[in-house]
Design a protein around this ligand. Structure first.
Ligand SMILES: CC(C)(COP(=O)(O)OP(=O)(O)OC[C@H]1O[C@@H](n2cnc3c(N)ncnc32)[C@H](O)[C@@H]1OP(=O)(O)O)[C@@H](O)C(=O)NCCC(=O)NCCS
Length: 198
């Protein structure tokens, strides 16, 4: 498994006259557009996916949530999340999604490279994900070191992939992948309900 090289500069430039786009940090104002994009890309069952168990009630890793913007519209998204992979600190990537009308233009690759470069620049050791190996192999992901890792729910073994940002970071790793990121603040109404029930 080849480690991703750390590069401090991250491309955010248009790729062509026909389809200029930019990658930038996700903003709070992107929420509605991003949710609509994920509904289109994954459908209503998206909250039942095993990956979602690692994101429920958590914040993405600091500085590691990005969107692709084309013609002023959010058309792509990727986030990274803190996890423990068999006791080792790692990041879980996902969801990665590009609007159907903007696919095959390199946005997915640009989001991936931007996210991995930013993660490496922040000193993270490894990234894991559930996804199609034929797509993610181009970014350095494989199932080579994930055979003894498990997810908190059903998953397809050949889709559990990893990419080391530091060579050897996942050598011999074994055990459960578990969420470790900061928790989201509960809405006041939920906090009050919890107190009343206690
Ligand atoms: C996967 C996805 C993000 C790719 O976005 P994109 O902007 O079209 O990707 P790029 O333009 O960078 O790359 C396109 C290339 O990836 C290939 N590709 C796309 N999805 C693929 C898959 N599931 N398996 C293998 N190759 C795939 C395309 O055939 C194309 O190949 P080429 O470069 O040889 O022509 C997008 O198709 C998508 O949002 N899909 C639905 C959500 C999803 O499945 N997300 C990933 C799982 S979390």
């Amino acid at each position: 498994m080849t480690a991703v090289k750390t590069a401090m500069t991250v491309p955010a430039a248009p790729t062509s006259e026909a389809a200029p786009f930019a990658i930038r940090a996700e903003r709070p104002s992107d929420v509605a557009a991003r949710e609509a994009l994920l509904d289109v890309c994954f459908g209503p069952g998206r909250f039942a996916r095993t990956c979602q168990r690692l994101r429920d009630g958590r914040k993405p890793a600091e500085g590691l949530a990005f969107v692709a913007v084309r013609r002023g519209k959010v058309v792509g998204t990727v986030r990274l999340w803190h996890v423990s992979a068999g006791g080792r600190p790692a990041l879980m990537l996902g969801p990665l999604a590009v609007d159907p009308a903007s696919r095959e233009l390199g946005l997915g690759a640009a989001l991936m490279r931007h996210a991995l470069t930013a993660a490496a620049a922040r000193g993270h050791d490894a990234v894991v994900l559930l996804g199609d190996a034929p797509y993610y192999a181009r970014f350095g992901f494989s199932a080579g070191k994930t055979a003894a890792l498990a997810m908190p729910g059903p998953f397809e073994r050949d889709r559990l992939l990893a990419c080391e940002l530091r060579d050897g970071a996942l050598d011999g790793v074994t055990g459960m992948i578990a969420a470790t990121g900061s928790t989201l603040a509960q809405p006041r109404s939920a906090v009050a309900a919890t107190r009343r029930a206690a």
